[in-house]
Design a protein around this ligand. Structure first.
Ligand SMILES: [Zn+2]
Ligand SMILES: [Zn+2]
Length: 105
């Protein structure tokens, strides 16, 4: 059910009905995407969950990465409109995605 390289989501996510619902949506979307390459729901669900985490669970979002090009970029732009949100969403992705995938966006 759970592929081995996926992180186990932290307890606060299971305590939140919205996080839990989105995690289930992602699992369903992953199953769907094995039937057709044309299905893009997985990415959409990931973005919805990252956005929810950045807005509702900002205190739980991991610290900026030390060895990450994207964090370096955001660090330089921080304070610009929308960048802080995008940055938090980028860091939130590793709560529910493998590192290699989490840092793609
Ligand atoms: Zn939540
Ligand atoms: Zn980063």
């Amino acid at each position: 059910m759970h592929s081995p390289d996926l992180p186990v989501p932290p307890p606060f996510m299971w305590a939140c009905p919205r996080c839990t619902a989105l995690l289930v949506d992602i699992a369903d979307a992953v199953t769907m995407s094995t039937f057709s390459d044309l299905y893009e729901g997985t990415l959409r669900c990931q973005m919805m969950l990252a956005s929810h985490l950045a807005h509702e669970h900002l205190a739980e979002v991991p610290e900026p990465h030390e060895d990450c090009e994207r964090c370096d970029f955001y660090r330089k732009c921080t304070g610009s409109q929308g960048i802080d949100d995008l940055w938090a969403e980028h860091r939130a992705r590793e709560l529910f995605l493998p590192k290699s995938v989490a840092r793609l966006l």
